[in-house]
Every structure is written in structure tokens, then in C-alpha cells.
Design a protein around this ligand. Structure first.
Ligand code: GLU
Length: 321
């Protein structure tokens, strides 16, 4: 089977170094085995979409030397490549789940959920306590209802190609989760599963920040009778100080590095080194990276990567301005 990977940016701003790193990893997994690369714009959350961001992201990817076989602007056999134009597919998947009797409307607010659930740990979302599952589905809703998936008896085990074996009890750790929000916007969890399956993605390569979503997605693939892809969660990218590489830091944006005169080859070499693909950092083109490693072997590093401190100098010069 041809290896097919995808890069699925949300067009909410400029290309982040962490996204470029995940995109390079995804590109390497495909290209090193003669596979295909797809680009898909995840633009479902309209208020967060920034005009022109999709074009700028595509420009920065191409500038780095990352190419793709399908996606905007050229199109391809799985068009359209913007999620906002694919909602009929998500609706159809929701219908399949409805027919299984595992979808129910929910009008809980965030505060209702927080109040009813036991206090979550910092940074964690509250486990949905199942309030509306137990309620009368025909009662008058307080607000436009979200659609939730009923999750029962759901232990998911994933053999991630980078992180190893990961397990989660979705029922206990997440609870029934949202498939479509009250405002009608389809949830990332559903959209990504429908698209990865429809586009024939064999390998999902992405940042570790999305790991917590993966068991829910595996559960959805299985519920919908779709093939579960292989997963590769590459570690996160941090600032040179070991802190999160916040979007407001100029050194977090590929476009800003380019405007500061840093060459694409230097960035590619550093990213490839950070991924463990190169043993030492050296400027190189993406095409130079093919053939150096076999991605089916444990090639990627598991440790977070710290961007070079010389890039972070951009942050201090920006704050002095
Ligand atoms: N759209 C997501 C993001 O930009 C990526 C989703 C995915 O790779 O599954 O973070």
C-alpha cells in the first residue's frame, strides 16, 4: 500500500516552527518510501480563520522545500481540500452514528460541565459527566444543542511509531464527546477522522500536542468501520529556554525567520536534526534528506527539541523595537 501522509494546518496565522517541524516529519515519512503527501486546510472554526493565512502557510511550506501531491491550490482526486467545503461528508458520518443509536443532543454549557464533573487537573478538560445522556431527549433545550457520542466500554491501545504503546480508557478519561457543536460547527475529532479515511491517509504524522485526541479518533474510525491509520506523534518544539514556543514570539514563525534573512536550508537542517533525521545540524535542502534513513525503523527522536538560541535573538530585537 502506498504510504500517504498529510499536513493539516489550521489557517489561523503564520506557519509556526512547530507546525513546520510536523510537516517535515510527515513529508519525510511519505517521501522516504516513495509515498504521497496531501495538504488539507482545517478551517472549520470560522471566527479563528485569518484571511490570507492559508496562502501564506502554503507559501512558507513551498519556500522550505516541502511539496505535496494533492491539496490547494492544485486540487486532486480528493478535492475539496478545505474542511469548510466538506461538511456534507461529516453530516453523513454523523447520520451513520445516529443510526447506531450512539448520538444524543446536549445543551450543557461549559460551566454546567465544570460544575457537574469532578474538578479536572490544571490544563485538563473536565470529563463529561453524562448529564444529557440521562435526561429526556425530548425536553426543551436551553440553547442550540451540541451532538455528543455516547462512549461505553472503550479502551483504546495505539502503537505509535514514535512514542511506543499508548493506552486510554476513553469512557473514563474523556467521557461522551462532542461531534458537532451547538453552533453547528463539526468537531475537529469527527472531521479529521472522516477526512483521513476519505483521503486514504495511511500514516498520521503530527505533533505530540494532538496525542490526547488520538484515542477518541481511533474510537471513531472503529465505530464508522474505517481503517485506523498508523500514528506518529513527534515531540513538541520548545524555545531555547525550554519554555513553550508561544505564537507571539517572532522566532516561532517561519515567515519571520525568513524575513530576518535565515535561509530555508538552515531551517530545514535544524528541523531535521531536531527530529533525529540528521546526526548533526547542517544546511540542506529537503531533497537531500531522502535516502538518509529508513522511516520504518525508529528514526525520530522522542525528546522535545529546543530551537537554536540564535533564532531566539529575533525575540529580543523585536521587544527592543
Ligand atoms: N489542524 C490541526 C492543527 O493545526 C492539525 C490536526 C491534525 O494533524 O490532526 O493543529
Amino acid at each position: 500500500m502506498t504510504v500517504t501522509t498529510r499536513f493539516a494546518p489550521s489557517p489561523t496565522g503564520e506557519l509556526h516552527v512547530g507546525s513546520a517541524w510536523a510537516a517535515l516529519a510527515s513529508w519525510l515519512v511519505a517521501r522516504a518510501s516513495g509515498g504521497r503527501v496531501i495538504v488539507r486546510m482545517e478551517d472549520l472554526d470560522a471566527p479563528r480563520v485569518v484571511e490570507g493565512a492559508a496562502e501564506r502557510i502554503l507559501h512558507d511550506l513551498a519556500w522550505l522545500g516541502l511539496d505535496w501531491d494533492e491539496g490547494p491550490p492544485v486540487g486532486g482526486p480528493n478535492a475539496p481540500y478545505a474542511q469548510s467545503q466538506r461538511t456534507a461528508l461529516y453530516e453523513a458520518a454523523l447520520d451513520v452514528l445516529r443510526a447506531q443509536g450512539v448520538v444524543y443532543p446536549c445543551d450543557c454549557s461549559r460551566t454546567d460541565i465544570q460544575r457537574a464533573a469532578s474538578a479536572p487537573h490544571a490544563g485538563e478538560e473536565a470529563v463529561y459527566p453524562g448529564t444529557c445522556q440521562k435526561g429526556d431527549p425530548l425536553r426543551l433545550m436551553k440553547r442550540p444543542a451540541a451532538m455528543r457520542l455516547r462512549v461505553t466500554d472503550c479502551r483504546v491501545r495505539i502503537e505509535d511509531r514514535v512514542c511506543g504503546v499508548l493506552e486510554q480508557d476513553v469512557e473514563k478519561d474523556v467521557g461522551d464527546f462532542v461531534l458537532r457543536r451547538g453552533d453547528g460547527v463539526f468537531a475537529y475529532q469527527l472531521a479529521v477522522v472522516v477526512d483521513d479515511a476519505a483521503m486514504g491517509v495511511s500514516d498520521v504524522v503530527r505533533g505530540f500536542d494532538l496525542w490526547s485526541s488520538t484515542p477518541r479518533q481511533v474510537h471513531l474510525f472503529e465505530r464508522l468501520g474505517l481503517n485506523v491509520p498508523r500514528y506518529w506523534h513527534v515531540p513538541i518544539v520548545l524555545g531555547p529556554d525550554g519554555e513553550r514556543l508561544a505564537k507571539r514570539r517572532p522566532s516561532s514563525r517561519i515567515g519571520e525567520l525568513r524575513r530576518a534573512g535565515i535561509a530555508a536550508e538552515e531551517i530545514v537542517g535544524e528541523l531535521a536534526f531536531g527530529l533525529g533525521w540528521l546526526k548533526t545540524p547542517r544546511p540542506c535542502r529537503t531533497s537531500d534528506l531522502i535516502g538518509l534513513n529508513d522511516p520504518t525503523r525508529a528514526t525520530f527522536r522522542r525528546e522535545p527539541w529546543l530551537v537554536p538560541s540564535r533564532w531566539a535573538r529575533l525575540d529580543s530585537s523585536a521587544s527592543e523595537r
